[in-house]
Write a protein that binds this ligand. Structure first.
Ligand code: CMC
Length: 442
């Protein structure tokens, strides 16, 4: 069976065919329909038929894989995991239940839920030797540098979950990654401020345990505020997956070569670090600080509109959402709840953020370009109110996204069509030329 036939058999059938006319030759390509959203033209035989590649920098029109995990309708502002709306999950579910859903395709029943939570809880500790890895980093290291290294280094410790061809080992690696990322994240923070590492507590929930590892010390009892634990859990749910974004595509690309899951997640963390992706919430706080006062907003907006300035309104705009980011809608409310709980409703940065949002939503420049607040616009303000330093923001994104990354990696590994990812290029470099020895070069 040809590759095209095998995809067509497994993908919703479509009666449509796309025809490309090139150099007097017509070539037809099958169209596959999605359950929801955009159909795709299967161009796998394009090169064989025409000797041409497609060219699509930034993947503006390219589906890189088939997936059943997450659906986004950017125009309507819809995000669903396995068919469930993100706002329903954020309001009614919890992070570990959502992680189970992403990994397994269905919400767990009561017994599955209990079992999954217990399993994750039993994997939260990290190998004691890993403490020395942390101690090798300068204290001033960016915690994302530490996280990329620490996540990948798990592959040096857990040899019984490295065989990607054994489903049980893949599953064990998934549990370990979801369970250990909050521990690593809290350790990265504690190390940066010179405080002792705090071990996980098995009697605490996932988010509660994370906040406990972040903020408690061995000297005093520390009770996690339940409003903050719930807000953290919601943030984790909202960031858990987002279909084929840059870091997830990085995880899939790394995994396509057969690399182990810990190494793949390390690669995903590196990709997430960039300010156009996961680094944006840190950039939002830096931007709000730079603006400094509500009176400075018009001047700042002027700079944003001036293309020569290179200044962007951080936390606004999205490659996929050309409407309000549904995650931002949930977080806007959570942000107010957290600030009210902490008595920080008059927080100056929040005032700037609210005014900025008001102006941007009515300004022609942003309206025309459909630039709405994205999830990062509010998450940074919530984190700041909780006392989480801005360098840790992207780390929290990585903690949340680990369940999505590993679910996407697992889906790819279980897909019989999985091949090594190997894009091609439009070469515009030099034509062949003769080597000139050093003594003859001008
Ligand atoms: N401020 C000012 N102008 C903007 C912004 C912004 N934040 N975002 C886009 N534009 C302009 C852009 O200059 C372009 O204008 P023109 O048509 O005149 O050239 C137009 O809007 C279209 O933008 P684009 O750059 O083609 O859009 P993109 O899809 O390539 O970029 C983005 C998406 C998220 C990288 C971009 O909007 C951005 O840099 N936003 C700020 C960073 C940010 O908040 N990132 C977090 C994304 S959400 C978290 C996640 O899912 O990773």
């Amino acid at each position: 069976m040809s590759n095209v036939e095998s995809i067509a058999k497994k993908t919703p059938a479509s009666n449509r065919i796309a025809t490309l006319s090139i150099d007097g030759k017509n070539v037809s390509f099958p169209v596959y329909d999605a359950t929801e959203g955009q159909s795709v033209i299967d161009i796998t035989k394009l090169y064989g038929e025409t000797g041409l590649f497609t060219y699509d920098p930034g993947f503006l029109s390219t589906a890189s894989c088939e997936s059943k995990i997450t659906f986004i309708d950017g125009d309507a502002g819809i995000l669903r995991y396995r068919g469930y709306d993100i706002d329903a999950l954020a309001e009614k579910s919890d992070y570990l239940e959502v992680a189970y859903l992403l990994l397994n395709g269905e919400l767990p029943n009561a017994a599955e839920n209990k079992n999954f939570k217990r399993t994750i809880t039993l994997h939260t500790m990290i190998h004691e030797q890993l403490h020395f890895l942390f101690r090798g980093f300068p204290r001033a290291s960016h915690p994302m540098a530490v996280m990329a290294g620490a996540a990948a280094s798990l592959s040096a410790f857990y040899h019984d979950s490295l065989d990607i061809n054994i489903p049980e080992q893949r599953e064990l690696a998934a549990y370990r990654l979801i369970a250990k990322m909050p521990t690593l994240a809290a350790m990265a923070y504690k190390y940066s401020i010179g405080q002792p590492f705090i071990y996980p507590q098995n009697d605490l929930g996932f988010s509660e345990n994370f906040l406990h590892m972040m903020f408690s010390t061995p000297c005093e009892k520390y009770a996690v505020n339940p409003v903050l634990a719930r807000a953290m859990d919601k943030i984790l749910i909202l960031h858990a997956d987002h279909e084929q974004n840059a870091s997830t595509s990085t995880v899939r690309m790394a995994g396509s070569s057969g690399a182990n899951p810990f190494a793949c997640i390390g690669a995903g963390i590196a990709s997430l670090w960039g300010p156009a992706h996961g680094g944006a919430n840190e950039a939002v706080i830096n931007m709000l600080r730079e603006i400094g006062d509500v009176s400075q907003i018009p001047e700042f907006i002027k700079k944003v509109k001036d293309k020569q300035s290179g200044v962007k309104l951080m936390g606004f705009g999205h490659r996929v959402y050309k409407n309000y980011d549904p995650r931002a809608t949930v977080l806007r409310k959570t942000c107010q709840e957290v600030l009210a709980e902490l008595g920080k409703i008059d927080e100056p940065l929040l005032k700037i953020a609210i005014e900025l949002e008001k102006i941007a939503l009515s300004d022609e420049y942003f309206v025309e370009r459909k630039l709405y607040p994205n999830v990062d616009f509010y998450s940074g303000i919530i984190y700041r109110a909780m006392g989480i330093p801005s360098k840790m923001f992207t780390v929290l994104f990585a903690v949340a996204r680990t369940s999505g990354w590993i679910a996407q990696w697992k889906e790819m590994m279980e897909d019989p069509k999985n091949k090594i990812g190997r894009p091609r290029q439009l070469f515009t470099g030099s034509a062949p030329r003769q080597f000139v020895t050093l003594d003859k070069r001008k």
